[in-house]
Design a protein around this ligand. Structure first.
Ligand code: NAG
Ligand code: NAG
Ligand code: NAG
Ligand code: NAG
Ligand code: NAG
Length: 549
């Protein structure tokens, strides 16, 4: 099967775009559907685009302190509330490497609902991502990119270590003398500030340099928000950071605390599966407790470790690490993935790898449970994530030998039996062999306690596979007056399961800045069975279609 880099810190998006009309004529003024058709400008210039949105392509200095370095263009897309005095809210879905433009085009109306008000939702592509320059790449030619083969997740540690080191050194050499170094998180934050100042000036604000920034960031998007708050604490309007990365670790390129709650999230899946029952979660089988289901899962992993199974739908095997990764991905998005994992595990336990692989393939289709992004196929998928992570870590990455890496692997495995290996062979190695330094003006100096012009609303779920709620608590310490609001559910981001309680607190905070009391926990609106039912609604038709083929 295709190797899927799934440990991207990325918010859930939907794939359907029902609100985009299928126009037959070319009379629309909103005909622009590509940033290549927009003339970049040094001032904000909104033009209709993507049928129902407005776009601007802003030319910014690569380095605000060094005009001679040249410029690049940053892409913004706005879903307008229709109210001319509406507040702008910048949004970013994560990655690093995920497109804020794509996020708003795909999910703008959903985000608007989430934030519950007459706001303009503005998505931006951070430096090096999708439409925003500089274009990030580790290979000088497409041919060379096509040659790159990542090792199988089942490969020995020494292979992972040396392979990533080789890629890192090659990538660094190739990018030694070009603009790649201007693609770190600090530069993206400076762009947000620049954008907000320009927009305030265009709106006739008499003191645009003081205009507060409103922002909703998810996953790695919280690193952007934390960095904004650390560097520009006096510029905060409202800031909601959902599914928090421990930013301190992010800036070292190694984030062991990320998997603190991974096993807890798996256990929550088994609990939900047990409560949903065998009809909705076939993997529940005849087990009489959630712990019993989990015991069977561990036996299944052991069996696959002892003897990986051939995959009849493609050349390859289904082994322990692959199944762990598959489970890890599932935990991000309980709807619809809990449902598909219940089917997959039941099929594997019966020894029917064909059925397991078929559910997987269907889930990988657009609109399926785990849609893979064709624009980020192969090496391209990881280049932006790898480069931005490595530029942020710059010279702080601490793993310098195979022996150290093996210790790190053991530490990660003991932190999470299911997620430790996956994170060790993926994210932990992004900065290995890399040495691309941002310019001085874009080096992050580290977090220290600051007083902000507005308190930040930190959000986390009780069982998040990649951004444990402890990160929200640790980061909130740096920003006076901030509060952590938690949602009692599995999943990555509070968007993963509906909660009226959460929507209420978010709406109140945005409306007048009022935060919930410290320690507030929201319940979700759905029962475990309803979580599986919703998943079935989303992917059931695709699965039925595949069985007929
Ligand atoms: C509309 O524009 C597209 C792309 O420019 C072109 O292929 C198509 O023929 C046009 N359709 C009509 C009805 O003019
Ligand atoms: C990149 O931006 C384009 C619009 O220019 C958008 O259609 C596409 O979905 C974005 N890519 C991703 C991966 O989101
Ligand atoms: C840097 O150089 C490499 C190799 O030529 C190229 O692939 C990459 O796109 C360049 N990046 C920038 C930002 O110029
Ligand atoms: C495996 O599952 C497939 C798809 O559901 C089914 O057609 C096939 O008969 C199953 N094979 C066995 C040996 O049960
Ligand atoms: C933050 O505010 C408190 C209380 O007003 C003050 O004592 C403290 O010095 C401030 N800290 C900074 C870093 O400005």
């Amino acid at each position: 099967m295709d190797r899927i880099i799934f440990l991207v810190l990325f918010a859930a998006t939907t794939s359907a775009r029902p609100w985009i009309s299928q126009r037959q004529d070319n009379t629309s003024t909103a005909a622009i559907s590509d940033f290549a058709d927009i003339t970049p400008s040094a001032d904000i210039n909104w033009v209709p685009c993507f049928e129902t949105f407005e776009c601007t392509y802003l030319t910014v200095p690569l380095d605000y302190e060094e005009p001679a370095a040249g410029t690049t263009n940053v892409a913004y897309v706005k879903l307008s509330s229709g109210n001319p005095t509406a507040q702008d809210i910048l949004v970013n879905p994560g990655g690093p490497g995920s497109s804020g433009v794509g996020y708003v085009i795909e999910s703008g109306p959903k985000i608007l609902k989430l934030l519950n008000g007459a706001y303009n939702i503005i998505g931006f592509d951070p430096r090096g991502v999708n439409n925003t320059g500089p274009t990030l790449s580790c290979a000088p030619t497409p041919e060379m990119r096509a040659l790159y083969k990542a090792p199988s997740v089942e490969a020995p540690l020494a292979i992972h270590y040396s392979n990533s080191k080789s890629l890192g050194q090659f990538c660094t050499q190739v990018n030694a003398n070009n603009d790649t170094k201007y693609a770190g998180t600090v530069a993206s934050v400076q762009d947000m500030v620049h954008f907000t100042t320009l927009q305030a000036a265009a709106n006739g604000n008499s003191n645009p340099e003081a205009e507060p920034i409103w922002y909703y960031g998810v996953s790695y998007g919280t690193v952007i928000g934390q960095t904004l708050a650390a560097l520009f604490p006096h510029r905060l309007g409202r800031v909601i950071l959902d599914a928090n990365v421990y930013g301190v670790e992010h800036y070292t390129g190694y984030a062991p605390s990320a998997i603190e709650d991974t096993d807890k999230t798996f256990s929550t899946f088994f609990q939900y599966c047990f409560e949903a029952g065998v009809e909705l979660c076939p993997y529940a089988g005849t087990s009489t407790s959630a712990a019993d289901i989990e015991e069977r899962f561990r036996a299944l992993l052991q069996a696959l470790e002892d003897e990986p199974l051939p995959n009849p739908l493609s050349v390859g095997i289904v082994g322990r690490s692959e199944l762990e990764l598959r489970g890890f991905m599932t935990m991000y998005k309980p709807i619809p993935r809990f449902y598909t994992l219940g089917l997959e595990l039941a099929a594997l336990e019966r020894g029917n790898v064909t059925e397991y692989a078929m559910v997987q393939q269907v889930s990988a289709q657009p609109g399926g449970a785990i849609a893979s992004n064709p624009e980020y196929a192969g090496l391209g998928e990881i280049e932006a994530q790898k480069l931005i992570t490595a530029i942020d870590a710059s010279d702080r990455y601490a793993i310098t030998s195979l022996a150290e890496y093996k210790e790190v692997h053991a530490t990660l495995k003991s932190a999470s039996q299911y997620g430790g290996h996956g994170i060790a062979v993926e994210n932990t190695l992004f900065a290995n062999g890399m040495g691309i330094m941002p310019p001085e003006s874009q080096r992050f100096p580290g977090f220290k306690h600051v007083n902000c012009s507005a308190p930040i609303l930190f959000i986390g779920t009780a069982a998040d596979p990649i951004t444990p709620i402890s990160s929200a608590h640790k980061m909130a310490q740096y920003f006076a007056g901030s509060v952590v609001l938690s949602q009692n559910s599995p999943g990555h981001s509070f968007q993963s399961i509906d909660s009226k309680c959460m929507l209420g607190y978010v709406a109140t905070y945005l409306a007048d800045g009022t935060l919930p009391d410290a320690g507030t926990v929201c319940e979700v609106d759905l029962t475990p069975a309803e979580v599986f039912e919703k998943g079935k609604e989303e992917v059931g038709k695709l699965l039925a279609g595949a069985e007929k083929m």
